[in-house]
Design a protein around this ligand. Structure first.
Ligand code: PBG
Length: 329
């Protein structure tokens, strides 16, 4: 006999009964906390475009990792703000670079905390683009193959410092296969790859520019990020990354792309991550600061929706707050 609808409705009447019929459960174990690390000591430099987020030095980073462990967050994602930038971003593959040092310190103290490193060049190049530039017909474009070769160097250096998951966030062609091969050849078969596979060209990365100090000096990144209008193309990008060896695939941004997330999870059934990006975070912060929405309710609702749509892991600046709110119940 079918379960009559009115019975179901009655089951939603009390908090206890609501909990029993709830289909999706958000827990701290679903979340990863992105952090920005820079050289120095005792530094906690507020990112004004992302209220509550800071660029931090390694000592403060370790305090944050301690919190992550206490809150039950399984993973952190690291972005480096290097001391020096150049045309190709060479400080990104220096074994003594800021990310490499940070990873060694974290793994030395918190062996079980998963360290994911963002692998890209936009924070490390003096022009702010995600790779090596070359001139063509009087304008500049990113040289895909030269960039991929450098990405491999950066990825191997991160793995050598102890990173558990390498996350290439540029959108160069063939990067996942090249990084997988490079890692294997260097003896890092155990390092996993999380591919930013469906990375849309989005206005919601806006606040990140201040966080990572990486606005492109000219032009934009549209040439190598996806058109928000294209869903089939996103699925093809994901399929390619899986073929090339991605262990986890990602959709970014998250909240406006729940349909993509759902289709990726349904189609491939692979561990799937979603990045609730800077603008998505700052929008909630700004509206809440004006008293227009309730921060806790909206942050929890948004993250739950991302999980419901198919995300196994949500990368979110809200991770520590969410973990605290979830504990409060
Ligand atoms: C590239 C990278 C970016 C983000 C994550 N990795 C910037 C970009 O793609 O333009 C965006 C994250 C966010 O907005 O929170 N290193």
């Amino acid at each position: 006999m079918a379960f009559p609808q009115h019975r179901m409705r009655r089951l939603r009447r009390t908090p206890q009964l609501r909990r029993v019929v709830r289909e999706t459960h958000l827990t701290p174990a679903d979340l990863a906390w992105p952090m920005f690390v820079r050289p120095g000591n005792g530094i906690r430099k507020p990112i004004t475009s992302m209220p509550g987020q800071n660029q931090v030095s390694i000592d403060v980073l370790l305090e944050q990792c301690q919190q992550a462990v206490e809150l039950g967050l399984p993973a952190v994602l690291l972005f480096g703000i290097p001391e020096t930038k150049d045309a190709v971003g060479s400080s990104s593959w220096d074994d003594e670079g800021i990310v490499q040092q940070a990873v060694r310190c974290i793994k030395g103290r918190f062996a079980d905390l998963i360290v994911i490193t963002d692998v890209c060049f936009c924070e490390y190049t003096d022009h702010g683009h995600c790779g090596v530039l070359r001139e063509r017909h009087g304008s500049f474009e990113v040289d895909n193959d030269a960039t991929v070769a450098n990405l491999v160097k950066q990825a191997v250096s991160h793995a050598r410092s102890g990173a558990d998951i390498i996350a290439p966030s540029d959108m160069m062609d063939g990067r996942i296969g090249a990084v997988r091969q490079g890692l294997d050849q260097a003896g890092f078969e155990q390092a996993a790859i999380m591919a930013y596979s469906a990375k849309f060209s989005s206005g919601f990365y806006g606040p990140f520019r201040e966080a990572a100090e990486n606005p492109p000096k000219f032009g934009d990144r549209k040439g190598y990020q996806m058109d928000p209008a294209n869903a089939d193309e996103a699925l093809r990008e994901v399929a390619l990354d899986i073929e090339e060896g991605a262990d986890i695939v990602m959709v970014k941004p998250a909240a406006n792309y729940l349909d993509i997330l759902w289709r990726v999870k349904e189609r491939f059934g692979l561990p799937t991550a979603a990045y609730h990006v800077s603008g998505e975070y700052s929008m909630i912060k700004a509206a809440a600061a004006n008293g227009w929405i309730d921060e806790k309710t909206c942050a929890l609702e948004t993250t739950l929706a991302i999980k419901r749509a198919g995300a196994d892991l949500v990368l979110t600046y809200y991770a520590p707050n969410l973990a605290r709110w979830l504990k409060e119940g």
